[in-house]
Every structure is written in C-alpha cells, then in structure tokens.
Design a protein around this ligand. Sequence first.
Ligand code: NAD
Length: 335
Amino acid sequence: RKLGYAIVGLGSYATNQIMPRIKDCEFAELKALVSGTPAKLEKFGAEYGIPKTHWYNYKNYDRIRDNPDIDLVYVVLPNSMHAEYAIRASQAGKHVLCEKPMATSVAECEAMIAAAKKANRKLMIGYRCHFEQHNLHAVELVKTGFIGRPTLITSEHGFYAQPNQWRLDRPFSGGGSMMDIGIYSLNAARYLAGEEPVAVSAMEYTDKSDPRFKTVEDRIDWQMRFPSGVIANCVSSYSSNHNAFRVTGTKGWVGMEPATNYTGHQMWTRQGGSTEQVTLPPPAKNQFVAQLDHLAEVVQTGIPLRASGEEGLRDMRLIEAIYRSAREGRTIKLA
Ligand code: NAD
C-alpha cells in the first residue's frame, strides 16, 4: 500500500505546492490534515476527500499516534515551530519530513535528530532541489570533470519580502533572509562543491529604518572556503530578486538562472570557448513529487535517505557561523 502523509500547517506552501502534487506520488498519498483553523480543515478536507476522523488541530495532534493510516508527517509550519512538531511526530511513531530551514538553532536540530533516532524513525528535510533534475545534472557535470577543477561558486538568492508576515518576526522565523531564501545559496554552494566549507566570512546590511526589519536582517552576503580551494560567494536578500548560481572551474562553467525556483529552470554550460543552453527531457517526477516519494520509498524499501536531518543540521551550523562572522566582523574557522 501507499504510505499516508499528514500535512501539518495548511499555509501557502502546503496548499499551493505540496498537497496538489501528492496525487502524483508512486509510494505515498494524502491521508490526514493538521490545522488550527477549522475552516481550512473543512475546505481542504472536502477538496482532498479526507474524512473528519483524519483531521487534527495543534491540541489533539499527538493523537496521530493512534491513526495507522498516517505513516509520514510533513511539517510545513513557520520555522520556530518545526522542532516541536517534528519531535512530537517522532514521539508519535511517525516518520518526518520537515521544511527548510530545519529549525531556528543547532540545538533544536540536534533535539529533532535525537527524537527521530530514539523513535527509530526517519527524519528528512524539505530540500526539494536535491530532487530537481537540473540541479542534479549540474552536480553530475561538476563531479565528472566537465568544468575541470572547480575554483569558484557564485550563489545568489533573494526576493523582496512583503511587510507584515511571520518571516519578518524573529520569534517565528529565527532570522531574516538567511533563514528563508539565503539557505538556498548556502545549500547549493555545498552540493555544487561536493565538500564542506572550512571557513566563512560574512557581511550584513540592514536598513533599520525600514519597518520590515525591526527584528531580522535584510541582506547578508558571505564567502566560504572549501578544503580543495574552491571559494563560494553567496548572496541572501529580502530587498532584491536573485535566483542563480554558477560553478566555474579550470576548463569552463555550469550556470543556472532560475536555479532553485519551483519551475522554469534554465541552464547553461561553457567549455572550450563556447556557451550552450542545456535542455533536459521532462523528468518522470518533478522535484515536489520526487521529494515526497523519496521518504515513502526509504521507509518501504530501505534505500538510503537523502536530505537527512544531519544535512539540515550542517546548514544550521553554517548559518550560525555566518551570523557570528557578520556580528563579530571576522572570518570563522570551522571544525
Ligand atoms: P505560510 O504563512 O503560508 O504558512 C504557515 C502556516 O502555519 C499557516 O497555515 C499558518 O496558519 C500556520 N500557523 C500555525 N501556527 C502559526 C502561528 N503561531 N503563527 C503563524 N502561522 C501559524 O508560510 P509558508 O510559506 O507556507 O511557509 C511554511 C514553511 O515552509 C516555512 O518553514 C518555509 O520556510 C517553508 N517553505 C518552503 C518552501 C520550499 O520551496 N521548500 C517554500 C515556501 C515555504
């Protein structure tokens, strides 16, 4: 049988991107809804044919334990709620897919990993780009030497954040652009480099007179040095639109723009003095379906888990180092 997902938090990403795509999964289906808003349970329950017995709110959430139709829990709440709802799902004996950023601190990430381990359940983070074919192709080109020896990565992500939302309220977001869109620059730099950075140096600019930025940062740019000598220049912004990366080596480069959007990825390569646009055939599963299916397949067949809690923790450690570097105005060496 297909494994059943419970979706926790019926906000924009869950209802516009995730829920409509579960029907295309090979290994999973939508079985339960968790929301604090009864009207949303009524609306989406009707739309997706989810019976009332499979509706939960944040108070009776732990009762998912008693529902054998729920195998997998997808946490799509504001960042500061990820840890609590992922841990409660693990304690209820369910496997967890949790949105990025994994949580708002290293300590929370570690607690989530410990809870999943204790319950002997899987914990995966919503790094959909790890399942997106252009991103996977870019990684493959770097790995197989298409660009020669990699030397430089640029990775830019940003959008203009509209006022009055939890993303701009630190107790809910844990931080500004870095915690939301900047993590794409960071994660892409790491998967393109194929190794872990050894040093990070960051600079922040936030206009404190802008009412959007009372508690969180706007722009934070940083460099990372990797053991092989690759240097990454990364951008995170809530005041400008960016969605691109390029990895350059001794023989050429691979670039994408948009690089990590939901759709419409465009890719170019350069080698031997000529630049070409790369067109890939449509994938069997888009990134959303592939990501949703992956956790179910891991549980059913025992294939190795990609985008694990440990991967989320690595990014969170780096985010803390990036903030620290910007705050202290110095390069942070990483263990
Ligand atoms: P959203 O504001 O649209 O949805 C958040 C949901 O949480 C809402 O339904 C809201 O009602 C609910 N909620 C419950 N308790 C809340 C509280 N105390 N305060 C505020 N909201 C509360 O946000 P979103 O854009 O859907 O983001 C949700 C998560 O998904 C975030 O962690 C975000 O980083 C992540 N996300 C990931 C992607 C991606 O491409 N992987 C894209 C968008 C969002």
